[in-house]
Design a protein around this ligand. Structure first.
Ligand code: EPZ
Length: 413
């Protein structure tokens, strides 16, 4: 429940990144030792991934926000559909299981609210490395050998496929090259994590990643990078409500496309190497247009937040979603609040309105749900957002964070 119209003021420490933590948790499977991960964020996708690891035989102990993960006894290489259903990211364990145990059987992870989410690029890449891949009755069975190495040219720089292929090649006896990989900062973080255990990977963040296989990985202690999407979401929240907010422990280099659009919309932003401060009077100009794409293009995970902001910018805005095929499900909900948006194919045409009006709305996915909260923060009157479990998948107590900045928001249990 949100009573809109309050400016946001204050400071927030940005938590570790969901999209760095999830593949790093899968990467723990490669190490037959003990791993300590720090600053584990508290949201449901992380808990779900920890359940997947425990089902495979790892022992996980949580102490405050530290994770003690013991992977000496990985017992199973089989991931049933009840696990792949609870979290799509269990697909990241495929490469790690193949790297460690040389075999894996995983149920198709299936789609979600933003699109079909195929895994054809993952499987094509595994086959290119000489791995036997059979698809039958909704399951994928894979067998690899120590000699699974070679070169893969990805047709599309898929984040998940890049991460799976990096992990399957770490413990091989050859050299593997991945061309046209994803270049997201989370890929660089996975490389740094695996190398901290003795892997020999280079080139993450560029257009070619090279993995020199090693015999085994040793224990490590690691703190993953901070969440550039949580940071971007809070910047947009302040831009829309007006106010002044400082985000600490984040690297503005990771979300320059968002900063550029906010400056274009007449926000003032000051940044240094590990924090960023935004101030806004809440009167925004349209940033013109936005097209999502693979890093370093504008991130798809920030599209719905920017689309929401554009509904109250002066002027018209074009928002094009090139990455996922159904990331406009938030549009009908925003229209209930008085937004003027017309969607044609992959493009939303937005005409700015003076103000949004509070309404009862429903979250359909993680980032669309976050967009609806942002809309409620600046709408006139009360907004109730239902199905906020979608938001809890990737934001740690978003309601409490916003309330700490002065928003009139609380969770109806
Ligand atoms: C990761 O998903 C992120 N999830 C997503 O974040 C993010 O939106 C996405 O990368 C793009 O940056 C995690 O890291 C846990 P992709 P992933 O493979 O790996 C197509 C969020 O909100 N594709 O790069 O699934 C696919 O359909 C989530 O935090 C194939 O066609 O993304 C999509 O159109 C959402 N075949 C495009 O590529 C494949 O085999 C990008 O997918 C794989 C992908």
């Amino acid at each position: 429940m949100i009573n809109g119209g309050r400016p946001l003021c204050g400071q927030v420490e940005i938590p570790c990144s969901k999209n760095a933590y999830l593949p790093i948790l899968a990467g723990c499977i490669l190490c037959d030792g003990k791993i300590v991960l720090h600053k584990c964020p508290r949201f449901s996708d992380i808990d779900a991934m920890l359940r997947v690891l425990e089902t495979l035989g790892t022992v996980v102990v949580k102490q405050n926000d530290d994770l003690y993960i013991d992977c000496t006894k990985i017992k199973f290489s089989y991931i049933p559909s009840e696990l792949t259903k609870i979290i799509r990211s269990s697909i990241f364990t495929l490469g790690a299981l193949l790297g460690r145990l040389r075999r894996a059987k995983i149920a198709y992870p299936g789609g979600c609210d933003i699109g079909v989410r195929p895994i054809d690029l993952h499987l094509k890449g595994l086959r290119a490395l000489g791995i036997k891949v059979e698809e039958r009755h909704g399951y994928i069975s894979c067998e690899s050998t120590k000699f699974c190495a070679g070169s893969v040219d990805l047709d599309y720089p898929s984040v998940g496929a890049t991460e799976n292929l990096m992990m399957v090649a770490v413990l091989s006896s050859g050299v593997t090259t991945i061309r046209n990989p994803a270049r997201e900062p989370e890929i660089v973080d996975l490389q740094d994590f695996l190398n901290s255990m003795g892997a020999k990977i280079s080139g993450a963040g560029t257009n070619e990643i090279v993995i020199q296989g090693v015999d085994k990985l040793h224990s490590t202690e690691y703190t993953p990078m901070r969440d550039r999407i949580v940071a971007g979401t809070l910047l947009v929240a302040c831009a829309m409500t007006g106010g002044e907010v400082t985000l600490t422990h984040c690297n503005p280099e990771h979300f320059l496309p968002i900063v550029n659009k906010l400056v274009k919309s007449s926000c003032k932003i000051e940044a240094n190497n590990d924090n960023i401060c935004i101030s806004s009077d809440g009167c925004l100009q349209s940033f013109g247009e936005l097209e999502t794409g693979p890093y370093p293009a504008f991130p798809t995970d920030m599209q719905t937040q920017m689309l929401t902001m554009s509904t109250i910018c002066k002027g018209s805005t074009l928002v094009t979603e090139n990455v996922f095929e159904s990331r406009f499900r938030v549009v009908p909900e925003l229209s209930k609040m008085g937004a003027d948006i017309v969607v044609q194919g992959r493009t939303a045409f937005v005409r700015g309105v003076d103000r949004l009006l509070g309404a009862t709305v429903y979250a359909h996915d993680l980032r669309g749900g976050a967009g609806l909260v942002l809309a409620g923060l600046c709408a006139v009157g009360y907004t109730t957002v239902y199905d906020v479990w979608h938001i809890d998948r990737g934001y740690e107590q978003l309601d409490q964070t916003l309330a700490s900045l002065g928003a009139d928001i609380h969770r109806l249990d």
